[in-house]
Design a protein around this ligand. Structure first.
Ligand code: PLP
Length: 369
């Protein structure tokens, strides 16, 4: 069996280091927001070249707390992509604001800057580009639009730790950025975790206050906040993974390179566009095919897992029916959700496993059985 992501194999490579660190945490007597979290925040900020990194409980909270820290709420609109994990828009709704969708680029699957401005109204406060599947969005264009209209840019970098855009790390390019350390993310812990990065010290202070019940001084509360803290065990695990992430991302890129080379002549498959001025870290490797169901069935028969990201665009989700979007509003995003599927991708996928996957993909051209 070849899973989509072989987490067990990935964690085996760091198991001994982690067990040692976990023992230290166990003996330390500090289990939440302690020295390991502080060290993780410091090292993350240094690595990304930002002033502040604030650890929180998960990526969704990272988005919610960031929106709150910038004062975004009821009556405000936030422009984002309909082709992302639900949490991006959910966070906007959770603070009482309204998500406004704009279509994506067919090749990179990222928010299309040319579709943003037509959606700006007097109520628009922010844009959330998502670095989907690990490739940074068109940040220069998006930042320029934001500057022109006085909007905040929040990078949803949950799938893109270590990716770069014109030499700058994802997570350092907008006004703020949000990361998820959910186990399947390219930088993932053994549970939930998240991080907000930014260089605005006031906004960072507000995120810190919000994550611990709206308090800046213990037992004195200036606002209604959240309980959104990171555990020391996760910080200890993430500190080990932080040392590995560049190498692992490089291995992901190698795996992607082999797929691209082997599949480039296959006219029944569409490969993701990799832009030259940025580095894609391939959180997922998603390709398109008109006969997606048939290919996924053939992979399944050979015990090779595949998955659909994302089978339903956000503007067509039941929960957003009140926003009155309809099928056909975002033709590119909709066609991607009808044709894309992810094939196995992780830093430790073997060449032999890749050969098996590739041979099934190549055999399924032109709809023959
Ligand atoms: C995973 C993910 C989130 C949410 O992160 P959690 O840690 O699961 O809360 C948000 N946005 C995107 C694009 C994601 O992939």
């Amino acid at each position: 069996m070849i899973p989509l992501i072989n987490l067990k194999r990935q964690f085996q490579t760091v198991k001994q280091d982690m067990l040692k660190e976990f023992e230290r945490v166990l003996d330390s007597g500090q289990y939440i927001l302690g020295p390991k979290v502080k060290e993780l925040e410091k090292k993350t900020a240094e690595k990304l070249g930002v002033r502040d990194a604030v650890a929180v409980a998960n990526g969704t909270d990272a988005l919610v707390l960031t929106l709150k820290a910038f004062g975004i709420g009821k009556g405000d609109e936030v422009i984002t992509t309909p082709f992302t994990f639900f949490a991006t828009a959910e966070a906007v709704s959770r603070v009482g604001a309204t998500p406004v969708f704009a279509d994506v680029d067919r090749g990179t699957y990222n928010l299309d800057p040319a579709k943003i401005e037509e959606n700006i109204t007097p109520a628009t406060k922010a844009i959330i580009p998502v670095h989907i599947f690990g490739q940074p969005a068109d940040m220069d264009e998006i930042n320029a639009i934001a500057k022109k209209h006085g909007l905040i840019v929040i990078e949803d970098a949950c799938q893109a730790f270590g990716a770069e855009y014109k030499g700058r790390p994802a997570g350092s390019i907008g006004d703020a950025a949000c990361f998820s350390f959910f186990p399947t993310k390219n930088l993932g812990t053994l549970g939930d975790g998240g991080m907000v990065t930014m260089s605005d010290p006031e906004a960072a202070r507000r995120v810190r206050t919000l994550r611990t019940h709206g308090t800046s001084k213990k037992y004195f509360h200036d606002k209604i906040g959240f309980n959104s803290r990171l555990d020391e065990l996760h910080a200890a695990a993430l500190l080990i993974l932080l040392e590995k992430i560049d190498g692992w991302n490089e291995q992901r890129r190698k795996v992607a390179g082999k797929y691209r080379e082997a599949l480039k002549e296959a006219s029944h498959l569409t490969l993701p566009t990799e832009k030259e001025d940025r580095s894609h870290i391939y959180h997922l490797f998603c390709i398109g095919a008109e006969n997606r169901e048939e290919i996924m069935q053939a992979l399944d028969t050979r015990q090779i897992h595949s998955g659909i990201y994302y089978p339903c665009c956000l503007h067509l989700q039941d929960v957003y029916s009140s926003l009155q979007y309809k099928k056909g509003d975002f033709p590119v995003a909709e066609s991607l959700s009808d044709t894309l599927f992810a094939i196995p991708m992780d830093p430790f996928l073997t060449s032999d496993e890749q050969d098996q996957i590739i041979s099934v993909l190549l055999a399924k051209g032109g709809g023959e059985t």
